[in-house]
Write a new protein. Structure first.
Length: 117
């Protein structure tokens, strides 16, 4: 790959957010992912579509990648600390493969320049 892809990440770092994951709503759009922290195992029970699952260690190094994980399946990875969930096929398109390091940048917020009375 000639460049490092950028993904828009939604974080799931509370109990409720980790519990629901991608169960509610449509799959992530291309270029989007859900980051579940802490997490070393995921399930796709009750999901209506397959997903790609990328397991990362604490340093952000990809330990394992599971493509097209079908509904009603489980994936786990010893040594993983967090998981990226993407729409099926997106991990390969983004070049997310075992051994590669993922850098997570802090979120960028835009501020309104309107003055409020």
């Amino acid at each position: 790959m000639a460049h490092d892809p950028t993904l828009v990440i939604r974080r799931a770092d509370t109990f409720l957010a980790r519990l629901t994951g991608l169960l509610i709503g449509p799959p992530p759009a291309p270029g989007e992912a859900l980051l579940i922290t802490p997490c070393a195992a995921v399930h796709t029970a009750f999901m209506r579509y397959p997903i790609d699952v990328v397991f990362l260690d604490r340093a952000g190094v990809i330990r394992k990648s599971v493509a097209h994980l079908s509904p009603w399946r489980i994936a786990l990875c010893r040594g993983a600390y967090q998981v990226l969930e993407l729409a099926a096929g997106q991990a390969q398109r983004a070049g997310l493969r075992e051994g590669r390091q993922v850098r997570l940048a802090p979120p960028v917020f835009s501020r309104s320049r309107e003055n409020t009375p």
